[in-house]
Structures are given as C-alpha cells and as structure tokens.
Design a protein around this ligand. Sequence first.
Ligand SMILES: [Zn+2]
Ligand SMILES: [Zn+2]
Length: 426
Amino acid sequence: MKTTGYRQLCCGLAAYFCLTFSLCAQKVSVGLFFDMPVKTATFAVQSGSYAIIVDDTLLIAAVDRGAAMLLSSSGSGVRLRISGESMGTFSSVKAVGMGDEGLFSITCLNPLQPTLSYAQHAFIRSAKDGSGLLIVNQLDERFYLSGVVEAETGCAAKPEFFKAQAILSRTYLYAHFNRHGKDGFNLCDGVHCQAYKGLLTRCRRIRAAVNETEGTIVIDGEKRPITPSFHANCGGQTCHSENVWREKLPYLRSVRDEHCTYEQGARWQKRIALSEWRDYMSRSGIRVKTPRQLEFEQPLRKKYYEVNGKKVELTKIRHRFGLRSTFFDVGLAGGDVLLTGRGYGHGVGLCQEGAIQMAERGWGCEKILRHYYKNTSIINFNKARSTQAMQQDSMLFLFNPWRNELPDTTTFVDDVVARDSVEVQE
Ligand SMILES: [Zn+2]
Ligand SMILES: [Zn+2]
C-alpha cells in the first residue's frame, strides 16, 4: 500500500504544480477516422510499454513492442482479440502509454486505410450512432500540433516558417478546443477541424518550432483567437475574407505578396471549350454576341467576373470548373476559352509559399504573421492567462480552453493504472 500512497502523493503534487504554474502538458483528445465508420482495426505497440484497460479494469499491465490487438465493432461494444485469442467484448478499451510515453500504430482494416503512427494513448469504444468504432488518440498538445503542422507543410522549410504555422495551428486549437465535445473528444483529425495524420516522420524542426512557440497564439482587436486561414499560394495578392466567404473579418484583408510569385503554385492555365463556358455564363445571366466579349482581365484581385455590366462571383466559377484559384484572366485560343491564372487555393490569410520564402530571406515568424493578418496581436496565452489583468478580461478568459475538462476520455486513466498496477503487484 506504500506504493499507492506514494503515487497519490506524486499525483497530488503534480496536479498542484499544474494548476499553479502551468508546468504540465495540456492534453488533446483527437477523434481518428471520424468521417468513416471503422468496423475493424488493429492497434500495435511501436515503442514503450502499454497498459490495456477494459471497462476501467486492468487487463494487461504491460504490453511491449510488437504486441497487437484486433478491435472490431460489435453492436454497442468493442470485441477484442490479442494474438488470435478472444478477450471478450467490452464497452471501452484503453491503451495507456506508461509514463505518458509510447508510440503505437493504428491500421484500419475495414475500410482499409494506410497504417498511421500516434503518440501516447488510445481509447476505443463504440461510436454513439452505432456505426462502428470510435478511436480517440489522447496526447500532449505539443505532439498534436507537430502532427498538424507536418500534415500541412511537410518537413523541408526554415524554422521561422514552421513557427508561424505552429502558432496558427495552436490558435485554431484554442479557439475550437471543444468543437467535438458532444462526441466525447476535442477535435477530429479531418479538414473539418485540422488535418492530423499522426506523427508521420516526426520532423525534428517542426517539433522544435512547436516547443519554441509554446502558448503563442494570434488574437484580433477584440482579444479573440483569429480564424487562422491559410492557402498554398496567393499568386501575388491575398483576398479579402468577404470575397470568398460571407464574413468580413478585420484581419483577413487583401495584401500584396511578391514572395510567392516564382513558386510552384504561382501560375496555371486551363482550357475550357468555348461552348461550355458560354453556356454556363448564359445560364448565369451573361449573354454575349461575340466570343471576344467573354475576355476578362484581373490585374488585381476582383470579386466578380464581369461582362457588359453583368457579373458572376469568381468563387462560383472556381467551384464549377475546379479551378486552382479565382485570380485569373480569360482569353480565347483556337475554339477554346483559355484561363491564365495565378495562385493556388482560396487566397485568404497566410500564403504558405510566400511565408516559406520570407523565412528563407530572414523574416521572423511574427513579422510573417503580421504581414498576412492585419490588426492582430501575437500573445503568449499561458503567460496572459496567469496575470490578473487577463483573468479579468472577460473576452480572453472566455476562450480559455482548459476551463472545461472533458469527462469521458480524460479522466481516471492514471488512477486506474495506479490502483490496478498495485493490485497486480501484490
Ligand atoms: Zn472536426
Ligand atoms: Zn503569396
């Protein structure tokens, strides 16, 4: 029993320091494969040692590298097999990395998906709608952010670019911390929240960028985390938010960008049959007597394609014809319409290829962010929330993502492992 007392003392002290000095790592629970019904998946330990807990009872105290579990959906439960042997059906299965460490892989077998690696812990239960398994990866915020940044950027750029991207991903995380609270986790791993594909190659530069910017986020004039939109290449000029979405945001203003114009995504061309273009425009209210009237120039970004005083939103045209951007001119070539375009993506917020070049040319991450997001401040949220002034600042405090703990996935894991480990040892 001494062990239990000692562990409780340690846990108590750790909790005290967490609350007082924000020293401990904040955890994030990510719903994996959230947009697909997972019927069967395998969990395999890649490094470290894992405790397997079923229905909040310790099943195995330590499974090591190479051990694999087969998990399948069974009505309202999870059927578990280990090394071919059936362990039973449970309402939840938890794989807890001991010492808060460990790396594991998940392979979805039905539907078949590539194997992905994840850090720390996995919780599996039946999805609420009974469509399959809900697999949740609970991990330190820093590991999550490293995964998100790598999914968005790859690993080949200068540190200041990765820092800018880490600050944006953290800003999104803090602003949407409980987006999936009703589903039993914080964020999903799809583009609905932020794309997260586990740890991929575990890029060292990205990990450093996440650590060096710890707690840093971008807030607007009303001290709210910004909507941190970004895109691949702006083609030389970014877009006002209201030209792409309905909302006019004071920090998502159109800015010039000479840094991206020689990069991969800067230029494109597309031919479209004249009849197809003309038919679409005719249905949209633009009727012409001669094809030449369809020509259109956009030296600076416009919101509409405009002919003879009639106009169509460029975003609609982009969507209809699957164009890389809305920043294009329209000419004629042979029997076709020839679109000559600039940029790749919606064009709002940070231009990734521009930011990569800025970092190459010695710009710091804050200067890069201030270029693309106007009227904003870059703050350290951890420091800000510990000061009296900020705690009383209702707007910022409202967004404190740690005010509400998630009851389902984050509780009692340590307690169960501590309790049952001691019982097993005795
Ligand atoms: Zn989501
Ligand atoms: Zn750009």
